[in-house]
Every structure is written in structure tokens, then in C-alpha cells.
Design a protein around this ligand. Structure first.
Ligand SMILES: Nc1ncnc2c1ncn2[C@@H]1O[C@H](COP(=O)(O)OP(=O)(O)OP(=O)(O)O)[C@@H](O)[C@H]1O
Length: 300
């Protein structure tokens, strides 16, 4: 289990991570989503023990991670920008990680390199961006760590590879209880694979919930009313996330229980009403809009 308590990190005057508290349970896929500059990479770098928090703490299976070599062996961190030793080949990396991670599966590494069609003898600096991403995923899987931290790992992979990596993760989760934390802007991808989602904005956590519960607690409803409808009379200020009106058709995004929302809308005698499913992307846009990150202000 990863426990994060009041985690805060400054870069000079920038508060990159602001008082984050979260628990990441074993065997769960934790998706980390957020606006640009929200602090996702900084958070992952602290969890992996690369940088030290200024305030708060991180415990991995009960132990602090920073400057703790044994605990670091439980984690493989796939950074968003891959750094490789100059002139190195995948074989060099395999030999390097074999020393670092006791459980590194070198046979599987060779097998996967073949399956992915990557040449182990070729210099990594001649690989394309996507090929480098594939290589880091293979290294991450073969390291056989309990936790796998992925920063934008799906970005830069082609659709077939993204699918292949997703099924690879699913297999590792099912077979050996791998716990991945995946930071991504590709919400469609996260929606397929995550159990729990943490939404970051300006360093802080806007919400952290099971994806299933998240979808049960926010709804989009389309309705047409006979007469002028005053939504503020029946819904509290915090329940209404967004109201759009096109002609007589209202599209309303609301927080709350589905049945209660339908019952309240019915009190306004709609001519028509229908609850529509919300995607993770729509939830993201609604929640960040409430926090002042409004797409309308960004369209020139
Ligand atoms: N090494 C650094 N020095 C100074 N500021 C930094 C450093 N690393 C990150 N920051 C700042 O910390 C904040 C959080 O950055 P971070 O890279 O963690 O965000 P992110 O959520 O991963 O962003 P993105 O989605 O754009 O990749 C930003 O304001 C960024 O400019």
C-alpha cells in the first residue's frame, strides 16, 4: 500500500504539489489525471523516491521511500522523458536493471523485445520516441516490481501498441497483483484500465474516487420543460456543475444520486428528460471548470 499524507513540494516560489493526501491500495490501478502543470510528474517523482517532499510523507508498504534503496526496489518508474546512457543498447539496460532489481526477468525481456519487434543490439538513441516508450514498458514489466509508476506512458504509442500495453498491464495485475499508478492525459485509455482516479489541479487534489463511484455520483441529464424552469429552486449550488441550453433543450451536469436527480427534475414537469452516460473526460472538464479552469476562457 502507498500512503501519502499532506504531501507538499515547492520549486522556489512554485507550489508544485499542495497538501496531497491519498491511499493507493495494492492490486488497484490508480489513474492520475490533471491539468497541465498540476503536479502529476512531481507527485510521481516523489513517490518513486527521486525527489524529496518539503512537507508531509510517503510510505510504501509502511516505509519511507526517499534514500531507501530497499523500498525503491519495489518500484519501477517510467518517466515521461526517457533518459538513457549515451550510446547504450537495450542489452546494456537489461544488464543494468538485472543488478538493480533482483527479480528482473532477463529471459522474458529478450522474448518481449522479439515480440515487440525491437532490436536489442541497436543503439537506443537511434530508436523513435514510440520505440523508446515500448522499451521502457518492457523494462518496467520485466523488473517485476510490486509498483509500476507510469508518467504519460500511453502517449506516443500507436493505437495497436496502446492496446497491447493495456492488455499486458491487465495480465500483470491479474496474475501477480501489480499495482500501477498511471498519469495520463488520455482519459479514454484510463477509463478502460483504472479502478481509482485522482484528479489534480494546481498542485492539489480536486477529487479522488473509485471510477465506478465517480460515475455514480455525477450525471448528465437532457430535458425540455413546458414552462420556465428554475433549477436553483430544486438543486443546491454545489449540485449543479454545468447548464447548457440550446433552443428549448437543457443539458445539465449534476452531482448527486441518479434517482434523486430524476425525482427533482420530475418536479419541474419536463416534457422530456433522459439521463446520459458521462465519460471520464466530461467529468474532468466539469470538475476542473468548477475549480476555475474554464475551457470558454481558453477559446479565443
Ligand atoms: N524542476 C523544476 N523546477 C522548477 N519548477 C518545476 C520543476 N518541475 C516542475 N516544476 C513546476 O511544478 C509544477 C508542476 O509540474 P509537473 O511537471 O509536476 O506537472 P504535470 O501535472 O506533470 O504537468 P503536465 O501535464 O503539463 O506534464 C509546474 O508549475 C512546473 O512548472
Amino acid at each position: 500500500m502507498i500512503e501519502v499524507q499532506n504531501l507538499t513540494k515547492y520549486f522556489d516560489s512554485i507550489k508544485a504539489v499542495d497538501d496531497i493526501t491519498a491511499v493507493i491500495k495494492e492490486g488497484e490501478v490508480f489513474g492520475l489525471v490533471g491539468t497541465n502543470g498540476a503536479g502529476k510528474s512531481t507527485f510521481l517523482r516523489m513517490v518513486s523516491g527521486v525527489i524529496k517532499p518539503d512537507e508531509g510523507f510517503i510510505k510504501i508498504d509502511g516505509y519511507p521511500v526517499y534514500e531507501n534503496t530497499e523500498v525503491k526496489k519495489l518500484i519501477f518508474y517510467i518517466s515521461d522523458e526517457s533518459y538513457f546512457f549515451s550510446n547504450s543498447t537495450p542489452i546494456d539496460l537489461k544488464n543494468y536493471y538485472k543488478v538493480i532489481y533482483n527479480g528482473f526477468d532477463a529471459i522474458r525481456f529478450d522474448e518481449m523485445m522479439r515480440q515487440f519487434g525491437l532490436d536489442s543490439k541497436r543503439k537506443i538513441n537511434t530508436y523513435s520516441k514510440g520505440m523508446k516508450k515500448q522499451l521502457t514498458v518492457i523494462l518496467g514489466i520485466c523488473a517485476n516490481t510490486k509498483y509500476l509508476l507510469c508518467d504519460e506512458t500511453f502517449d506516443g504509442l500507436d493505437p495497436v501498441m496502446r492496446q497491447a500495453v493495456k492488455s499486458l498491464f491487465a495480465k500483470e495485475i491479474a496474475e501477480r497483483g501489480l499495482t500501477p499508478i498511471i498519469a495520463s492525459h488520455n482519459l479514454r485509455e484510463l477509463e478502460d484500465i483504472c479502478d481509482h482516479v485522482g484528479l489534480l489541479h494546481r498542485g492539489g487534489i480536486l477529487l479522488s474516487k473509485d471510477l465506478f463511484d465517480m460515475k455514480l455520483s455525477i450525471h448528465k441529464i437532457q430535458c425540455v420543460f413546458k414552462e420556465e424552469a428554475n433549477l436553483n429552486e430544486i438543486f443546491g449550488e454545489k449540485e449543479i456543475l454545468k447548464v447548457e441550453k440550446r433552443g428549448s433543450l437543457f443539458t445539465i451536469t449534476l452531482r448527486g444520486n441518479r434517482e434523486e436527480i430524476i425525482a427533482k427534475i420530475d418536479r419541474l414537469n419536463p416534457v422530456f428528460s433522459e439521463v446520459l452516460p458521462l465519460s471520464l473526460e466530461e467529468i474532468f472538464i466539469s470538475e476542473t471548470e468548477v475549480a476555475g479552469y474554464d475551457i470558454k476562457k481558453l477559446i479565443f
